[in-house]
Design a binder for this molecule. Structure first.
Ligand code: AMP
Ligand code: MG
Length: 338
């Protein structure tokens, strides 16, 4: 899994200098169990200011991880989960905001995105050495503990409460996007005129390269490792890709991946890759996961009804579905047999 993220980071790294110039300042660090790459235009700023801003932008992403990781028992998110059915937990504004955003995406997508998917994620353990096929009884039991309506956010008190014991929040489908939004606001505040913050497949772009040239983005091909499905100039926007090729295991020729349909408790079927472009990264992130769960018919209808988001999707038969600026692109069908 690490290898895949590293390759994605490499693609991005190679793509940029190939557009000419290459004087950008770029650093990669391992955070949130993945590779984070920040690239910025230097503009007229002194080297020290550029380096300081990038260092602090990484710190923002590390802070999101410390607060919201389900892998860290000391995170505020882990405390919310331990206190499920017991008591509300006082949290930092960033946690409150991300939970509120996650619940908002859940409502807008009718629960296709559900941040209380935690019990199912714990059951499948996809992406870890212990990943396995659960029994249908186990799936049914975990499914009963998934319901975003049981989460209470109290803004004035700055608390989050999960009403039912055993339930658990998992912000893995939205926190990377949120972190890249925070990092980009910091870079802008420090006077940087352009940059890219890439947290694995959640990438936010702002401004331009030195000389006013646009940033270019490459979208990972879902079945050709290191290959690109499409290239575009996103402008001031975020792109997020959810795929079944990032974290998965194979059993009897069937691929079991990490995006779970809360309605069935099983890995979502019908799509193998979903890219969403929108102004904000948290929204692109949440919606790429949500559209993946919806499957081709519902996802295409959703994207068409929401012109503020643009989507590029590949079905499990390898068909390409596109809205917004993606629909004008010439993208080949994908060979996909599992
Ligand atoms: P992404 O790569 O952004 O699509 O996020 C995938 C991650 O989101 C998974 O590893 C889980 O942590 C979490 N997740 C899986 N299924 C769902 C779902 N239906 N709703 C919300 N989050 C999910
Ligand atoms: Mg997502």
């Amino acid at each position: 899994m690490r290898k895949k993220y590293f390759i994605a980071a490499l693609i991005l790294a190679f793509l940029l200098p190939s557009c000419g110039g290459g004087e950008e300042y770029r650093k990669t660090r391992e955070i949130m169990g993945t590779y984070v790459t920040i690239t910025v235009a230097r503009g007229e700023l002194p080297e020290m200011v550029v380096r300081g801003a990038v260092r602090d932008a990484f710190e923002e992403i590390e802070r999101v991880d410390r607060l919201m990781s389900t892998y860290k028992p000391e995170s505020q998110l882990s405390e919310i989960n331990r206190q499920a059915g017991i008591a509300p937990v006082k949290v930092d504004p960033e946690v409150l905001e991300t939970v509120r955003d996650a619940l908002d995406v859940a409502r807008r997508t009718d629960g296709a995105f559900d941040p209380t998917v935690g019990p199912l994620i714990r059951l499948w353990k996809i992406g870890s050495e212990e990943a396995r096929l659960p029994t249908s009884a186990e799936i049914e039991k975990a499914k009963e503990l998934v319901d975003y309506r049981q989460v209470v956010v109290d803004e004035p008190a700055s608390t989050v409460y999960i009403k039912k014991k055993g339930m658990a929040l998992d912000l893995g489908g939205i926190a990377k996007g949120y972190a890249s939004d925070l990092a980009v606001s910091l870079l802008r505040k420090r006077g940087l005129t352009g940059g890219i913050v890439a947290v694995a497949g959640d990438i936010k772009f702002f401004g331009t390269r030195d000389g006013g040239r646009p940033w270019k983005a490459g979208i990972q091909h879902p079945r050709r490792e290191g290959g690109l499905l499409a290239r575009l100039e996103p402008g001031d926007a975020a792109i997020s890709t959810s795929g079944d090729y990032e974290r998965y295991f194979m059993k009897d020729g069937v691929r079991y991946h990490h995006i779970i349909d809360p309605a069935t408790g099983l890995p979502a079927r019908g799509l193998i890759s979903v890219t969403v472009l929108s102004k904000e990264s948290y929204l692109a992130d949440g919606l790429s996961t949500a559209l993946f769960v919806m499957g081709p018919v519902r996802a295409l209808a959703f994207a068409r009804a929401h012109p503020e988001v643009e989507a590029l999707m590949v079905t499990s038969e390898g068909r390409v579905l596109a809205t917004g600026r993606f629909s004008g692109m010439d993208i080949e069908a994908v060979e996909a047999d599992n």
